[in-house]
Design a protein around this ligand. Sequence first.
Ligand SMILES: NC(=O)c1ccc[n+]([C@@H]2O[C@H](COP(=O)([O-])OP(=O)(O)OC[C@H]3O[C@@H](n4cnc5c(N)ncnc54)[C@H](O)[C@@H]3O)[C@@H](O)[C@H]2O)c1
Length: 391
Amino acid sequence: MKIEPKIMRGVCLTSHPEGCEKEVLNQIDYVKAQGPVEMPKRVLVVGCSTGFGLASRITASFAGGAETLGISFEKGPSAKRPASPGWYNNRAFDKAAAAAGIKSHTIDGDAFSDGVKDEAAAWIKENWGQVDLIVYSLASPVRVDPDTGETYRSVLKPIGKPFTAQSVDFMTGSISDVTIEPAAQEEIAPTVKVMGGEDWARWISRYKEAGILAEGVRTVSYSYIGPEVTYPVYREGTIGQAKEDLENSASTLNEMLKDLSGQAFVSVNKALVTRASSVIPVVPLYMALLFRIMKEKGIHEGCIEQMYRLFSDRLVPGKDVPVDEKGRIRIDDWEMREDVQSAVSELWDKVTTENLSDLSDIEGFREDFLKLHGFNVDGVDYDKEVDLSAE
Ligand SMILES: NC(=O)c1ccc[n+]([C@@H]2O[C@H](COP(=O)([O-])OP(=O)(O)OC[C@H]3O[C@@H](n4cnc5c(N)ncnc54)[C@H](O)[C@@H]3O)[C@@H](O)[C@H]2O)c1
């Protein structure tokens, strides 16, 4: 069959195997061209298949020469449906790593479960003995608590009062006001349960107990702050509560890791098109304006550029890590620059459906979104039939 993008409400239901592979190879080429990075050599990436996790893994192996163990939750192909993009990305990563003689192993399963944590621990014991760096990059709408078996769901909602703002349907380019009703009190805690720091801490404490954290181990997780226009739905909304919890848990983890001379960090990253971020109301319009301004200023970055900068410039082994007053790494520094934010906010007040293409980089947003799923990638013949059973 020919595979085409099938997009419904900001979610793409198909993906292209060859396009996904090419995109992984493009990211590998990028980090190789930038040059080697000093990195720990035994790296676990939780949430390795797409977005920031994949970019971290690629940087670790192809710029840092690190062996990696990756964990993600992806769907394989069936006779009629392609796999999820992350499934193809993992396969492409493992293939490229093997070809380069770099050890990699990928576990497909629920990272929130103790079973997957223990499976990964067993692999680490057998293959490395200990792990030097744990990247925690999960984005998920649901988590089953391993202690109680209860299922928690996260929501992306404001807290306290409804939030009305302009939002774009990025495939049609139509802008309209959307109102998001506030979260019910009983929706806030589950969002923190899914996207907060509890599971990150569970990985670290379990691995400490198992004796598989190396002396000087580091762990990093990713957060977002963003501009005031998105505060009600992001930083001051349910997801913001979860991010605050994640950020606070870094200090708990720092205590836990003290006797190993280990450290835990949260890196605040830039807004980027990923499968997780494109479904957040209001955020895609902000990103389309942001990308235009950052491209004009020559400071635009994608996931791979961000992660290369994180590991080459901030989280460097043996060096003090520069952090803000709350102890966070700020790789969103260029996004949050005063000149960038004031230019975006000027456009925010002017943008309409009619002038969207002139004022914003909505085209760039769309391209990035399609590329995440292996579409719109240079050098791929999309008219070619793909035999899914052979994939
Ligand atoms: N995209 C942005 O603009 C942005 C900005 C700053 C920070 N962040 C943060 O970066 C982190 C990663 O987000 P992303 O945007 O790269 O998301 P993404 O959707 O591209 O990646 C999420 C990863 O989590 C994995 N995953 C989800 N549920 C899982 C489960 N139960 N078990 C195992 N793996 C599971 C997926 O397989 C995938 O590898 C999140 O904490 C997010 O909040 C994102």
